[in-house]
Design a protein around this ligand. Structure first.
Ligand SMILES: [Zn+2]
Ligand SMILES: [Zn+2]
Length: 141
């Protein structure tokens, strides 16, 4: 299988407030994998837009960030700090029950370990699906 090399960070500027923000290689890979266009707005403006439109794929990324995955930008995710401090106090909402309202999940099989998983988009041929653990492991390299 072909492993796409890490992309360099991009320095973009926000279309709304013109603030500069970083579009990191890890984020680029995530967006590319989901067929999303690259962001044109900074994180705060994206959060505002997300609140308005609630795009499921973006919400999934946010859930991943909030769940403590190894990421990425230096935005303020520190509000979840209590989880790592207490250790093992995981948020057990990863399996599709009610994160911020209903969203459709599609069953998929992890291309790396073969575990059953769910993804917030319809799996398509030619695109490997990874479970949460493998995805985190892969993007950490
Ligand atoms: Zn902005
Ligand atoms: Zn896996």
């Amino acid at each position: 299988m072909s492993t796409p090399g890490p992309s360099a960070d991009l320095a973009l500027s926000c279309a709304d407030c013109a603030a500069p923000f970083a579009f990191t290689g890890a984020e680029q890979a995530f967006y590319r994998e989901r067929g999303l266009r690259e962001p044109t707005r900074c994180a705060p403006c994206r959060a505002t837009r997300r609140a308005e439109r609630n795009a499921p794929a973006i919400a999934a990324l946010d859930a991943r960030l909030a769940a403590g995955a190894p990421v990425v930008t230096a935005t303020d995710h520190g509000t979840f700090g209590g989880a790592s401090a207490t250790g093992g106090a995981r948020f057990s909402r990863g399996t599709g029950s009610g994160y911020g309202g209903p969203r459709q999940l599609f069953p998929a099989t992890c291309a790396s370990c073969g575990a059953a998983t769910e993804v917030p988009f319809p799996p398509r041929g030619g695109r490997p699906i990874y479970c949460r653990e493998c995805f985190g492991r892969l993007r950490r390299r």
